[in-house]
Write a protein that binds this ligand. Structure first.
Ligand SMILES: *Cc1c(COP(=O)(O)O)cnc(C)c1O
Length: 206
């Protein structure tokens, strides 16, 4: 990450590593914690709560992000547990987050996930629907929307998707860009990622 940042003329301190701990054995997680990592990404609400509730008591500076799709019936639990929800992708979920934040008092950061490749099977709002979702979530509902997230199609070069996401974020005045995984985080850093979500390159294969 440091080398990629320097090669792009960026300050490495402006790029955060989100260590994706989903499906990893407990001892590997303890090793990464011992090495000082505190920001983790999980893609399932229940798995994250089971894994991190006790550790939350030990490590008060943990920062836990939900990077996977969120069903509306789990929004209450997710808002009560995570520090950030990176997968807002539809109006119904925006309304549910708004209600849960009002009921709970916690206000985790929100990123909007964009389906930059318009893949039918993939989560994320379409590029066409993004302006309306930003308007609803940030302006009308007052959610703490701070950035965008994407997962490019596996069979296409990531670069054009990262460039598109960066352009969309700038257009909407959103500072955070969550993009790049084990195979393409260097490219994502080149295109302005402020957070890279890296699993296997940190922990080993799942
Ligand atoms: C699993 C996952 C990652 C990490 O993938 P690796 O290839 O192991 O780095 C990143 N983002 C999301 C949304 C994921 O589900």
């Amino acid at each position: 990450m440091q080398a990629a940042a320097r090669a792009a003329g960026r300050d490495p301190a402006t790029i955060q590593l989100v260590a994706v701990s989903k499906q990893q054995p407990e001892d590997r997680i303890d090793q990464i914690l011992a090495a000082g990592q505190r920001v983790f990404g999980e893609n399932r609400v229940q798995e994250a709560i089971a894994r991190w509730s006790v550790r939350r008591g030990e490590y008060h500076d943990l920062h836990l992000r939900l990077i996977g799709p969120l069903q509306t019936n789990k929004v209450g639990e997710a808002v009560g547990f995570f520090d950030a929800i990176d997968s807002l992708d539809r109006p119904k979920l925006a309304h549910a987050l708004h209600a849960a934040m009002a009921a709970n008092g916690r206000r985790p950061q929100v990123l909007i996930q964009v389906n930059t490749g318009d893949e039918p099977q993939k989560a994320g709002v379409s590029v066409a629907q993004l302006p309306a979702l930003v308007e609803l979530a940030r302006e009308q509902l007052g959610l703490p929307v701070v950035g965008l997230m994407c997962i490019p199609p596996v069979n296409e070069p990531s670069a054009m998707h990262f460039a598109l996401l960066a352009k969309l974020a700038a257009r909407h005045g959103l500072p955070e860009l969550s993009m790049g995984m084990s195979d393409d985080f260097e490219t994502a850093i080149r295109f302005g990622a402020t957070q890279v979500r890296v699993g296997s390159a940190v922990f080993g294969a799942r």
